[in-house]
Write a protein that binds this ligand. Structure first.
Ligand SMILES: *Cc1c(COP(=O)(O)O)cnc(C)c1O
Length: 384
């Protein structure tokens, strides 16, 4: 089976992890801050807070921006459920904004929805655009709306580590308050499980550093009581254990060293697909001129009017042929848990139409040109 995505681990990665295992620190040692600095430098941003998953990063980002009961968070329905769950963890309400041609939150639909929400007195406190498949959202437009309507932006860049927008790395936080990454093995680089929250604002970074470690501080500058002795620390708010281990951070550092190479390979594979799939009854994923996508996913859309099979039949036929296709994503609002909140009639037209024909075909740096040919042949066989 050629999987739709896969981690790429080499001897340097393994040696780095073994080094940590033989050192004094397994967690909270020197590798976590080193990885944070390296990511911050790569993205050209001031602060990076490492955590144990992208989901944890979303949660503490929401808390640092003050999300709570009675507040609204809006995100994209075309995402992993974590992009919406972070609101519910904070006791806030969630809603969705329909998608554009790139599978991202549509900026003009967002503008319309904000107008209506202002009339209803239900403006969101936070909007979470998701850089679907590694292609940046229209962040300039979304940022402009944030200034007009006063919401905060958490950019979910789980798919877009190593991508660029308007010539700058995603993660620079030029158009977001906080940007988060995931280092799950299927993403661009991995730490096993892991995530990062990036920001320019020192107070957000400080809040997130406390929140990832039980709400505890050892910093004398911010203590509420007089320092009682060298053992003294203070829990100042309710936090969590969301810390990244040194083992994970060491892996992250060696992975980051190869990120550019991974992106180049992904972009080459994407060009091959574009070339070989051009004549099939499919819509191929596009890239805006503002964007240099990381091509985390290559999602084709089946032109079901021109194909004699259903998406399910095409999917199953490809799986039988050893092609690890997938579907990204089931609309979040269709999940049984969310149906209980929204009711079963909640629907967004672009998302529905997109979901009906979407199919993710394999794309990851280990793939060879002959793997690409295999996928293309199998796909031809399944749709023609
Ligand atoms: C993977 C992913 C997450 C969650 O990241 P984890 O590290 O698995 O917790 C959040 N949002 C999106 C869009 C993702 O793809």
């Amino acid at each position: 089976m050629i999987p739709y995505g896969r981690q790429n681990i080499n001897d340097d990665d393994i040696a780095a992890v073994v080094d940590v295992l033989q050192s004094d620190f397994l967690t909270q040692g020197p590798k976590v801050p080193e990885f944070e600095s390296a990511i911050a430098k790569y993205c050209g941003v001031d602060h990076a807070v490492a955590v144990n998953s992208g989901t944890s990063a979303l949660h503490i980002a929401c808390l640092a921006l003050g999300l709570g009961e009675g507040d609204w968070l809006w995100t994209s329905p075309n995402s992993f459920v974590a992009s919406a769950n972070c609101a519910l963890y904070c006791g806030a309400e969630v809603d969705f904004v329909d998608i554009d041609e790139y599978g991202n939150m549509c900026a003009s639909t967002l503008a319309e929805k904000l107008k209506q929400a202002e009339r209803d007195g239900r403006l969101p406190k936070i909007v979470v655009p998701v850089d679907f498949s590694g292609h940046s959202c229209a962040m300039v437009e979304i940022h402009r709306l944030a200034q007009q309507y006063g919401f905060k932006i958490i950019e979910d860049a789980s798919h877009a580590v190593g991508a660029e927008y308007l010539g700058r790395p995603v993660g620079s936080c030029e158009y977001s308050d906080i940007t988060i990454f995931s280092f799950h093995p299927v993403k661009l680089i991995t730490t096993g499980e892991g995530g990062m929250a990036l920001c320019k604002d020192a107070s957000y970074a400080q809040a997130m550093m406390q929140l990832r470690s039980h709400g505890i501080t050892r910093d004398q500058q911010v203590m509420e009581s007089i320092d009682a002795g060298p053992w003294y620390y203070e829990q100042q708010q309710l936090g969590f254990n969301y810390r990244m281990t040194d083992i994970a951070a060491a892996l992250g550092l060696t992975q980051l060293a190869r990120l550019s190479e991974f992106i180049i390979k992904r972009r080459e594979l994407r060009s091959l697909y574009d070339q070989f799939l051009a004549d099939l009854p499919l819509s191929l994923p596009r890239e805006s001129s503002d964007v240099r996508s990381s091509w985390h996913l290559y999602v084709v859309r089946l032109n079901l009017d021109a194909i004699e099979r259903t998406r399910r039949e095409v999917f199953e036929s490809l799986r039988t042929k050893g092609i690890g296709v997938n579907v990204h994503y089931i609309p979040i609002y269709q999940q049984p848990y969310f149906r209980k909140i929204f009711g079963s009639s909640y629907d967004l037209p672009n998302m529905r139409q997109y979901y009906e024909g979407a199919l993710t075909i394999p794309l990851h740096p280990q793939m060879t040109e002959s793997d690409v040919e295999k996928v293309v042949l199998a796909l031809k066989d399944s749709v023609l």
